[in-house]
Each structure stands twice: as C-alpha cells, then as structure tokens.
Design a protein around this ligand. Structure first.
Ligand SMILES: [Zn+2]
Length: 279
C-alpha cells in the first residue's frame, strides 16, 4: 500500500465547480446554500478516519427532499466524472496523484477509476468529498463495492491516512515445491498497535491480494527457473544464495512490501529451495 498526499482542495471547491452549469437554479441554489453541510461531513470524515471510528458516521443522510440521495450521488456521476464539467479537474487531479499510475491499494495494477472509500450509495453526502475519493484499479474498486466498516478493524488501509511502508510486513512462503505454489500473508511488526495490524490483515483479505501476488510470483519463478538451475549446477547452494540475496536486497531497497521483495525473501528462507529441490 502506497501513501499518497491528501488532496489540498476541499469539498466546497468541488461543489462550486460541479454546479457551474446546472440547469435547475432552484436545486443549484439549495446545494450552494448547503455547502456548510458538505464541509461538516468532510470534517467528520477526516477526524473519524484518523480515529478509526468511521462506523459512527450516520448513513443515508441527505439535505432535503429536493437535494436527495439521487441528486447528491449525481454530483459525482453526472458532474465530477463528466469531462465537460469544470469539476472534472479535481477528478483528474486525484486520478493522477498515484505514483507511476499504480493503484495504491494493491500496488500492482494501473489506476483506472476513483474509489469511494465509504460508498456513495450509503453516504451520498460524501460522494464528492475529496478525502473519500481514492485512485484505484478496477479490481480493487470492485472487490470493495459497498463495503461499510462496522468497527475500526474493518477499515482497510487508506492511502491519504496510513503510512505502512517504513517496515516490512508482507511475507511469502512456498506451500508446495513441485509444482511450486506460493502463499502471501501479512506479518506486521509486533511493536505496531493491534488495530493497525488487524487492519493490514483485513486490507489484504478484502482485496484478495494473496490471489494477485501468488499468480505473479508463479510467473516470476517460471521466468527465472532456468537461470537459478544454471547457477545451482555451477556453484551449488552458495552461488544460488548469493544471487538470490542480491535480488532480494535490490527489491527491498525499492519497496519493503512489494510481492517481489517478499518472494525473494521466501526463496532465501526456504532450505529446500536453496538446496536445489526446485530443479
Ligand atoms: Zn488495485
């Protein structure tokens, strides 16, 4: 999971631009007059996200019969998403904030959309709150569809609020040598608080990251098998181990918690593997 800087613009900025060319002057005025309600929801989201108490935010809150859930959700679907709307610039800014265009949730696939951290179907007043909008790939967006936390542990990692890159917590093990199969799992430092450790584990499970990473790991192994076999036949365990240690270190320097780092660490830690049993 990659940390991203929080957007610097506010929901009030997005709302104003969303309404720029709205036909219904009555609805437009009512929404503009309610900008403090949007701001209050933005502030509540921000403070509850920091406290991991998002489950306390009331669901299905609307402004009025006129400014109802459908109209509030349309601010996102019909306006912020619309390429001809002034507010599209905010959508694009969040979309492009992910480093290298990679989804910060899985760190693997490309960003294709924005994910509502709390779903707009349950929280229509959060549909255009920037802190609730996270760049995401299609799969991560789909895997968490209409997911509502009922307790702090349910809150998956949020790229604007969680920083978990300083220490190693993604691990992998070989669960079958022939044919080779890998399993990825989380093992955060015990010094981290239990809530964060549980949230990392939940994040990993909600987004099916073991399925994603173990598939890539299998392909990586197939690509390097010939090379590893040659090294082992030439210099035995010592040469193989030295090569794998270099591969591991090189990946660790880039990202302590990439599937690649976890994979090379698991090769090194598996005695059967470094003794050539994969051949
Ligand atoms: Zn993703």
């Amino acid at each position: 999971m990659k940390k991203i800087d929080k957007p610097t613009f506010k929901v009030k900025d997005i709302l104003t631009d969303c309404l720029d060319n709205m036909r219904s002057q009555e609805l437009k005025q009512e929404l503009l007059d309610s900008s403090n309600v949007f701001t209050a929801h933005e502030t509540e989201f921000d403070s509850r996200k920091k406290d991991h108490t998002l489950s306390q935010i009331k669901q299905d809150v609307i402004i009025s019969e006129n400014a109802n859930a459908t109209e509030l959700k349309k601010l996102y679907t019909d306006r912020m998403l619309n390429k001809d709307n002034k507010a599209r610039a905010y959508y694009d800014s969040i979309f492009l904030s992910a480093p290298n265009g990679k989804c910060p949730i899985c760190s693997q696939r490309l960003v294709r959309t924005l994910d509502h951290y709390l779903p707009k179907s349950k929280y229509p007043l959060l549909s255009i709150v920037p802190y609730n909008l996270v760049p995401s790939c299609h799969d991560c967006n789909k895997d968490k569809l209409v997911d509502v936390p009922t307790k702090g542990e349910d809150e998956t990692l949020h790229p604007y609020y969680d920083s978990v890159e300083s220490e190693s917590w993604l691990k992998s093990k070989i669960i079958n040598l022939k044919p080779i199969l890998f399993e990825f799992y989380t093992s955060p430092p015990l010094a981290w608080n239990k809530l964060l450790r549980d949230r990392i584990s939940n994040h990993f499970s909600v987004y099916l990251l073991n399925d994603l990473y173990s598939t890539h790991a299998l392909e990586e192994f197939e690509n390097i098998k010939f090379q590893l076999t040659s090294l082992f036949q030439k210099g035995g365990t010592d040469l193989l181990k030295a090569h794998l240690a270099d591969c591991y270190r090189s990946r660790f320097e880039v990202n302590k918690n990439s599937w690649q780092t976890a994979l090379y660490e698991c090769f090194l830690m598996d005695n059967d593997f470094i003794n050539g049993s994969f051949i």
